[in-house]
Design a protein around this ligand. Structure first.
Ligand code: MG
Length: 240
């Protein structure tokens, strides 16, 4: 305990590779979309707002070269379009919306339960009890972050967080994003510690003046050499 001592009032946390396993996203959340797409499309076939998203996904796939089989059933065509986009890791709005809708249904029904590392819930509660302000900054949308922390293996952790940021405030490797977050927090940079598994994100945060710690979970990919303090668990941080 207490390998890193930090005198901060606020903690800003990354999700993937920091509070939670990267593998949960790649091995559970994305495959969940593939597993659920048929049932979801069937369940929403009379839902006007869902149908608009389905049309958007079809258009995005076609724009990227997808061609449907002649006279294909619309549901089968949509499924093929979704898989086409996911196989290409296409960062397109319609697909993201559709994935978000499927994850929402999964979290709300309890078929999808978010991963957090074992020590994370107790550490967050301990920090909160010390009067620290906890916030999330992730490339996943704020809506997705809230679903995620509202439905974890350790229960609902959402009340622990006082704010969420996503890429609408700017990219995570961009120093300006951290300056904007500091403006929102209204504290001097040194009062805030950012924890992430990405050296590039820490570079940007450190350049904005934040304290930083690198999350080096055993399963995370190997990293380039860097100048930041490292933790393997949230228990290695002692807040003053
Ligand atoms: Mg990360």
């Amino acid at each position: 305990m207490g390998l890193i001592q930090a005198n901060v009032t606020h903690l800003l946390l990354d999700i993937e590779g920091t509070t939670s396993s990267i593998r949960f996203v790649t091995e559970t959340m994305f495959p969940f979309v593939r597993q659920q797409i048929d049932d979801f499309v069937d369940a929403k076939r009379n839902d006007a707002s869902a149908l608009l998203v389905f049309d958007q996904v079809r258009a995005e796939a076609k724009r990227l070269g997808f061609t449907a089989a002649q006279q294909a059933d619309p549901a089968i065509e949509l499924r093929a379009a979704v898989l086409f986009l996911m196989d290409r890791d296409a960062k397109v709005t319609g697909l993201k919306k559709l994935q978000g809708m499927i994850w929402e249904a999964g979290f709300l029904s309890g078929t999808l339960v978010a991963h957090v590392y074992p020590e994370v819930p107790d550490a967050l509660h301990r920090w909160k009890a010390l009067g620290k302000d906890l916030r999330i900054y992730s490339s996943g949308s704020i809506a997705a972050q809230k679903l995620f922390f509202g439905h974890t293996i350790a229960g609902n952790l959402l009340p622990l967080f006082s704010a969420h940021y996503d890429t609408t405030i700017g990219g995570k490797k961009d120093v300006e994003s951290y300056k904007r977050i500091l403006e929102d927090i209204r504290r001097p940079p040194h009062d805030v510690m950012f924890i992430s598994d990405s050296v590039e994100e820490l570079e940007a945060a450190a350049n904005a003046g934040l304290q930083v710690a690198l999350s080096r979970r055993d399963e995370n990919p190997t990293l380039p050499t860097h100048r930041f303090p490292e933790i393997r668990s949230f228990d290695e941080i002692e807040l003053l």
